[in-house]
Design a protein around this ligand. Sequence first.
Ligand code: SF4
Length: 218
Amino acid sequence: MNQQPTLTINEIYPSIQGESSWAGLRCVFIRLTGCDLRCSYCDTAYAFYEGKKRTVAEVLEEVLAFDCPLAEITGGEPLLQKNVLGLMTMLCDAEKTVLLETGGAHDISPIDPRVHRIMDLKTPSSGECARNLYGNINFLTQRDEVKFVIGSREDYEWAREKTRKFSLPTRCQSVLFSPVFGAIQPVEIVNWILEDKLEVRFQLQMHKFIWEPAARGV
Ligand code: SF4
């Protein structure tokens, strides 16, 4: 008997997309369990181990039931579970706009080209800078976004250097500069972007202003 492909899922819920160029739109989130990074500022540590094994077919059915045009796959690190590739293709086939959030430490090349990949480049204060897989930059297209989560002036200068070195604004749809919530004043980053005339998109984690910052499932 053929075994059905499965995924370990932390949570599935409808909300408003809170980060990226898609911020503000209705979105169904599919959070996968597990991550092999331990970023200093991680706000989803509950997804490291908590989760339930589900078949990909069940996950697809639940997501489609929300009748929402936008679906985001996040984690944890979703690319640790290979069956996520099939789920993304099924969601694209169902004519959903599919976003994938990844920490940037795993190969993004096998992902269905219809997916919009939102890839972190981990900054020094994350403690996981050494895990960035720079080869991924060669696979970025105008559908994709690169995100820097910035907690200090050192992080900002690092992000600015990588943005320029890899010509990120011409490679992808958006380069996102996002403050570590509670660690740095947003206005500081905004002022630096203006001084340096950077072609990046500043963003706040919108959901942390709509709901309690530590709220889950939003
Ligand atoms: S990659 Fe994401 S989920 Fe993993 S530790 Fe870093 S912030 Fe947390």
